[in-house]
Design a protein around this ligand. Structure first.
Ligand code: UDP
Ligand code: MG
Length: 367
């Protein structure tokens, strides 16, 4: 019998050669591929083994938009653009990169323009002044035309090669996948304060992810269309998405130490972050029903005051003196605070009642 291999036929059709046994038919299954074409060594009589590495291809989306907020990152832009090209090429999906220059005062804008001039997939928006990372993200989200949006920092701390893993996770049925910098290359104080911040946010929000503030995240377009981010609330993007009913998950990602320049956020972010958490809880959980929050505290305080003063009234009726009872002031205070909380809740309800619009309800399907 003529050897098929010698006749130059496709080796993969040869029953003896099982180089492709790990290749799936289904795109969505965990994929593997041979690294090179099967190779038959005549003298040694063997074929090289198929490569078992997970495939890097990700073709489940039509277009990827990468939004990169940046403020004074002049040295990083060109290396970042090169790394991004390298990481996105194997995905074989069309993409756009949107640099949002948040009012940089160094040569960042010049470098961005240089990159955009030579490669039309790169675009930019430049702010007149520094409005903050949240504003940059919000404007970038608006410009994005892809069906999936990736965000990452410009300082080379996030690794573009992780994008494919995040997309693969998103494709498992999530709407937002956040990176988790499990091994972080940041100053120790930042690492620990961030760990505490993440723990509290996890407990309060009920979202089981470890790293809320990772710059590297992927979103379905619908998510970014439905969440508003302002002030410094970019840390809570997963919380906003989760409370709107989107499915949130995470993937461990590589993290690098800052190569150039220095961090734009000091330790003050830690304290501001917690104040923001109150805003987030209110605007996500209670915005449609303020009375549930204020009414509860108001009623609690009011009835405690009534009990205290009721007791004192009983003493007074039975012949006691109230002039030496400081508890009277506590009772009065509790009643006044209770009424105030209640009133604020009612005012809130009035606003919600008048401002309620259908836009705030995200509709999944229509018949
Ligand atoms: N950034 C921004 N506007 C700001 C502050 C920061 O666009 O006002 C960008 C910054 O250039 C970087 C990203 O947000 O691309 C994350 O900032 P940084 O690396 O300073 O934060 P850290 O890694 O220390 O948390
Ligand atoms: Mg950084």
């Amino acid at each position: 019998m003529q050897d098929k291999r010698e006749s130059g036929q496709n080796f993969n059709n040869d029953a003896d050669v099982k180089v492709e046994e790990n290749q799936p038919n289904d795109k969505n299954s965990n994929q593997f591929r041979p690294q090179r074409r099967p190779y038959y060594n005549r003298r040694r009589k063997y074929y090289h083994k198929p490569d078992q590495r997970p495939i890097q291809k990700e073709k489940f989306f039509n277009k990827i938009s990468v939004v990169i907020p940046l403020f004074d990152e002049e040295e990083s832009i060109i290396p970042l653009a090169n790394e991004l090209r390298k990481a996105l090429r194997p995905l074989e999906t069309s993409y756009e990169i949107i640099f949002v220059d948040d009012g940089s005062t160094d040569k960042s804008l010049q470098n961005i323009k240089e990159v955009c001039r030579t490669d039309k997939r790169f675009k930019f928006i430049s702010f007149k002044k520094n409005y903050g990372k949240s504003a940059a993200l919000q404007v970038g989200f608006k410009q994005a035309t892809g069906d999936v949006v990736v965000t990452m920092d410009a300082d080379l701390q996030d690794d573009p090669s992780e994008i494919s893993n995040l997309l693969a996770k998103l494709n498992e049925g999530y709407d937002l996948v956040s990176g988790w910098k499990k091994i972080r290359h940041d100053p120790i104080i930042k690492r620990y304060s961030s760990r505490f911040f993440n723990l509290v946010t996890r407990l309060i929000s009920g979202i089981k992810i470890h790293d809320f503030n990772c710059g590297l995240k992927v979103y379905r377009k619908e998510v970014v269309e439905n969440i508003k981010v302002y002030g410094e609330l970019h840390r809570y993007l997963p919380v906003f998405a989760f409370w709107q009913g989107y499915k949130v998950s995470e993937v461990i990602v590589k993290h690098h130490s800052r190569r150039y320049g220095k961090s734009k956020f000091g330790i003050s972010r830690f304290f501001k972050g917690f104040i923001d958490l109150i805003t987030v809880i209110f605007t996500t959980r209670y915005i449609q029903r303020p009375m549930h929050l204020f009414g509860f505290f108001g009623a609690f305080s009011f009835f405690l005051g009534i009990i205290v003063n009721g007791y004192l009234t009983y003493l007074w009726v039975t012949g006691g003196y109230l002039s030496n009872r400081p508890m009277l002031f506590l009772g009065i205070l509790l009643i006044i605070v209770g009424v105030q909380f209640f009133s604020v809740g009612l005012l809130g309800e009035m606003f919600v009642h008048n401002a309620r619009s259908e836009k705030e309800y995200i509709i999944k399907e229509k018949g």
